[in-house]
Ligand binder design. Sequence first.
Ligand SMILES: [Cu+2]
Length: 179
Amino acid sequence: MLPWLFRNTPAEIRPHEPLPPHPGGPMNSKHLWSAVALLAAATIGTAAWKAWPLLHPPVAASAPLDPGCNLNHGPCTSSLPGGGRVTFAIAPTPIQPMRQLTLSAVLEGRAVEAVEADFQGVEMNMGFNRTALQGTAGRFEGGILLPVCVLDAMEWEARLLMRTADGLIDAPFRFVASR
Ligand SMILES: [Cu+2]
């Protein structure tokens, strides 16, 4: 009885029934996400591995930090391990963020092939702020723009990275940049 009704029904209902779970479906998707996570971890790992020498160049010797010298009050001089000294200055003062700063490093009694200045927040990560200074005969100059901080005043450490025949020598200097 009413065969036409029953003939149509199965065909109309079937597409609306939930599909039977695909045998390998959920498993494949888990594997896919594991692969994506592994790939992401490997990519981040590789990037960190490649960035490590850039962010943390192998330093052969470090000059001590002189807490008594403030770059806001003028040049600071640091004795280098192995001999010689460097005088570092930032102008203009007071040192402010988002302002073109002139950097100068003068070497005495030590042959230096290249100088870079790296700026880091003492108490907070302010990103990568490094610039190469240009020059010869012991006088190197460069410029940098420091990023603005959420704080009105923040303490920075400027680190001179000096390439010498004895390897990389760094010298730290500290100052507060105020808006
Ligand atoms: Cu800051």
